[in-house]
Design a protein around this ligand. Structure first.
Ligand SMILES: Nc1nc2c(c(=O)[nH]1)N=C([C@H](O)[C@H](O)COP(=O)(O)OP(=O)(O)OP(=O)(O)O)CN2
Length: 324
């Protein structure tokens, strides 16, 4: 088990790429074993040093990967560094040095889950604006090649009833992510993520699925030696992982089951003073993530993310190497 810190910071800057001069609102996210305050301070300083800069004289080629490498090099511990240069585009540089590009897209479609128990809302014909993230090896794919590879899939999925498509008779997020992984013609494909709703999603990397359910809770804590209080709208992401789906239901575990099983812990956290929670050693995000990870006894639980302000927080992981 391990706990990592996670922090985010943005900067606005100009650059020339493919001879076109333009500007971006970049957003960087770093994940590292450093204490949160140290990671957040170093990332904020690195981003501030690029704020409102012309990047052209600073870098031989101010592309996303070069900037991600630069920001990672400003941190005093090895970190995973993700950089988003547009709402739908970004790169991810893992702590070990692997580099990925990702492209986000969407499609609108209907589906129903035919094997769920009677009365389950997903047994009814309904629909979603499905979010999709395609992530690939940066040495073998580009944002443009990912966007091009998506086009034939978009034509097959957009405004369709997914159950009528070969291979999607039971179109859960997990089945859809694996189907897209098989159907996408992408050199160096690393993973596909599918988001049915803003609060739940699934990732398939060719062998293993991760699913998550995101919840919010509102809580207070004492934040200094004088015992003064502050409060946060915490974002909590519960992650489960496995290398096989339930043969009939086509999922690792119903998102709704994850939420229901978590309800007793949720009730202990939401609208409470965290300092009074029995067994919680400290109220920083790392302590909270560990507390939840150690107490939420759901088989296949792989991770717990606790963010206190949307981008700063801690990631508890059952396996050290896994940040997604
Ligand atoms: N592991 C999976 N569980 C569920 C899937 C799935 O694909 N994989 N799909 C569904 C439904 O299609 C549903 O639309 C989405 O589920 P859920 O997150 O439970 O939906 P809500 O938006 O209603 O959740 P709230 O937390 O109440 O907002 C069900 N499960």
């Amino acid at each position: 088990m391990t706990v990592l810190s996670c922090s985010g910071a943005g900067f606005d800057a100009a650059r020339t790429l493919a001879r076109v001069r333009h500007g971006h609102g970049f957003f960087a996210q770093a994940i590292s074993p450093q204490p949160l305050e140290m990671l957040a301070g170093e990332l904020a300083a690195a981003c501030a040093s690029l704020t409102l800069c012309d990047l052209d004289p600073l870098f031989a080629s101010p592309d996303d990967l070069t900037l991600a490498r630069h920001l990672a090099s400003c941190l005093s511990a090895p970190a995973e560094l993700a950089l988003r240069s547009a709402p739908e585009l970004g790169v991810r540089r893992l702590a070990g040095g692997d580099e990925h590009v990702w492209f986000d897209t969407r499609f609108e479609a209907a589906h129903q889950l035919p094997n769920v128990p009677a009365g389950h809302p997903c047994g009814r014909l309904h629909g979603h604006g499905f979010g999709v993230r395609i992530e690939a090896d940066a040495a073998r794919a580009t944002h443009a090649s990912l966007a091009a590879a998506w086009q034939p899939l978009a034509a097959r999925l957009e405004h369709r009833l997914l159950n009528e498509i070969a291979g999607l008779a039971n179109p859960t997020s997990e089945v859809l992510a694996a189907w897209l992984f098989a159907e996408l013609d992408v050199d160096g494909l690393v993973a596909v993520e599918v988001y049915e709703t803003a609060s739940a999603g699934s990732r398939f990397d060719g062998g293993r699925w991760t699913i998550w359910k995101t919840l919010r809770f509102e809580a207070a804590r004492a934040f200094d030696a004088a015992g003064r209080y502050t409060g946060h709208s915490y974002r909590l992401r519960l992650r489960l992982a496995g290398d096989a789906l339930d043969a009939e239901l086509g999922w690792l575990r119903d998102f709704g089951d994850v939420k229901r099983a978590f309800a007793p812990l949720y009730d202990a956290l939401d609208h409470h003073l965290l300092d009074t929670l029995p067994g919680l050693a400290a109220t920083d995000c790392a302590s909270l993530a560990s507390y939840i990870g150690e107490r939420f006894a759901m088989p296949a639980l792989a991770g717990v993310d606790v963010l206190q302000n949307g981008h700063d927080g801690a990631l508890w992981r059952k396996e050290a190497a896994c940040t997604r």
